[in-house]
Design a protein around this ligand. Structure first.
Ligand code: ATP
Length: 134
């Protein structure tokens, strides 16, 4: 079976590196599934999960935006933040979700509203990856 070398890196350093059969994730333009031999491309990412399939195993990594670079045998994800399911502090994510919801409910100006909505999306994404809801 052909594989792709996948690296997920953040400003704090590498988070994930492995050879997998398929990568799928949510780009701004929609869901992308990448197999070995894919045409080279660069795509901005949404807050979402990267799914890494290898054999019967699928690993999930939560990312909060960034870029995906595809080359025929290689995928590089440059993410603002990235955590594997095992690297997620679930209590922290649940607290961040409650905090963001409370901020959205209070009267915020437009900029803070947008910030709170993004924080809420990051928290929900981490909770979903931890609970494997992808
Ligand atoms: P919080 O309010 O809990 O800091 P946040 O969404 O504002 O959440 P980010 O700015 O996205 O946090 O991330 C800051 C750093 O903390 C990154 O290195 C990120 O990987 C890490 N991080 C954030 N939340 C978690 C979590 N629940 N588990 C593990 N690492 C986390």
């Amino acid at each position: 079976m052909k594989t792709l070398k996948v690296s997920i890196v953040t400003p704090d350093g590498p988070v994930y590196s492995s050879n997998v059969e398929m990568v799928s994730t949510k780009a701004k333009s929609g869901e992308m599934g990448i197999l070995p031999g894919h045409i080279p491309t660069v795509a901005p990412l949404e807050i979402g999960a990267v799914r890494l399939k290898d054999g019967g195993n699928t690993e999930l990594v939560a990312v909060s935006g960034g870029f995906l670079e595809v080359r025929p045998q290689e995928v590089t994800i440059l993410a603002q933040t990235a955590e594997t399911a095992a690297g997620i502090d679930i209590d922290r994510a649940r607290e961040a979700k409650i905090r963001a919801e409370q901020r959205i409910e209070s009267k915020l100006d437009d900029i803070d509203q947008k910030r709170a909505e993004l924080a809420l999306r990051r928290a929900i994404n981490r909770i979903n990856v931890y609970e494997r809801r992808f």
